[in-house]
Design a protein around this ligand. Structure first.
Ligand code: GLU
Length: 343
């Protein structure tokens, strides 16, 4: 698409998804191929998450034209957890702009686990990465609001606009995490000590824990991702949620940091910006084309859903989504495949 910006003709070119029938068949095939795959372990550091059914598996593709393709447990709800970080980041960038958020929170992978304290200490108190807990807490704190209640409401309604329906909190998961999130409280207080949070850090943890406990389905996260693929317009409701520049910023951050400390390996093998969460969701975004949402609770050792990674890898190859590929090539089987489940 070509557009005149400040007197200069500018263009973005992303290609197209295959025809509707082909996408439909490949989503069903992705589900069928990996449904019986049993590797991985359900997260249990938030006590109630340990009760998740490890057999659940859903795969959805949402096209930027609004068409949907679903297989398996596409409408089973789970808590969004870390996937919220991507969309709160987009909302805050939309409010405050590229530079403020980049300087305050950073855009780089720490290479360390999502709840690392050392990562912050090694970087003079800079969180570095908005997709790990320290950076996500700093991002949530930046959402402009007169009170914690208003901040929570702005986040809840913003994420609902991405999903195209009102999202509600899972109070059981919220309470379970609130009772055990000592590490996040420590991270928020450390951020305050370094001047990275200007408001009550424990109230920030409370809002962050709420945002992580919002209930979504694989279909919801596919629509949320497709909104980022569609320059910020929700392809189902037609509502503009954020600007095209915010989508580009958010997707570039996801490419570098969205899959925990395996983000580089994910980009190398699968070639799509993506975000995963500990309850088993993955959203992967193909700019200009659409998004994949998957749900399956068993995780690998980095916290990424095992079936979800395999389904996204398969769909990335067969739908032609890898943003770095220019010709069809045989799938690679890297030595680390066994460890991270990205075959
Ligand atoms: N609410 C979780 C936490 O802060 C999110 C973790 C995740 O999904 O990576 O520990």
């Amino acid at each position: 698409m070509e557009t005149d910006v400040a007197g200069v003709r500018q263009a973005v070119s992303t290609g197209r998804l295959p025809a509707w029938d082909r996408v439909e068949a490949l989503v069903a095939a992705a589900y069928g191929r990996y449904r019986g795959h049993g590797a991985g372990a359900v997260a249990d550091y938030i006590p109630v998450l340990a009760e998740a059914d490890p057999g659940l598996f859903g795969v959805v593709v949402a096209e930027v034209a609004g068409d949907m393709h679903a297989a398996g447990a596409a409408d089973v709800e789970f808590t969004i957890q870390s996937i919220s970080k991507a969309f709160v980041y987009a909302l805050v960038c939309d409010q405050l702009g590229h530079d403020v958020v980049r300087d305050r929170v950073g855009v780089d992978n720490t290479g360390l686990p999502f709840d690392s304290v050392i990562a912050m200490e090694l970087n003079d108190g800079h969180p570095m990465n908005p997709m790990v807990n320290a950076g996500a807490l700093a991002t949530t704190a930046l959402m402009p609001a007169a009170s914690p209640d208003e901040r929570w409401e702005r986040i809840r309604s913003g994420l609902s606009r991405f999903a195209g329906r009102p999202l509600d909190i899972d109070t059981t998961v919220f309470r379970s995490e609130s009772a055990t999130n000592h590490r996040n409280r420590a991270l928020a207080q450390l951020l305050e000590s370094y001047g990275r949070i200007d408001i009550d850090p424990l109230r920030v943890v409370d809002v962050y824990t709420r945002q992580c406990a919002l209930r979504v389905s694989a279909r919801d996260i596919a629509v949320m991702g497709a909104t980022l693929a569609d320059g910020g317009v929700n392809p189902v409701t037609g509502e503009r949620v954020v600007t095209p520049a915010v989508c580009r910023d958010t997707l570039s951050v996801l490419a570098a940091t969205g899959m925990y400390e395996r983000s580089g390996e994910w980009l190398f093998e699968i070639g799509l910006p993506a975000k995963s969460g500990v309850s088993g969701g993955i959203v992967a975004v193909a700019p200009g084309k659409g998004a994949i949402g998957t749900f399956s609770p068993p995780l690998d050792s980095a916290g990424n859903s095992v079936r979800g990674q395999r389904a996204v890898a398969y769909l990335s190859r067969t739908l032609g989504l890898n943003v770095f590929a220019s010709e069809v090539h045989p799938p690679t089987v890297p030595p680390t495949t066994q460890r991270s489940g990205t075959a």
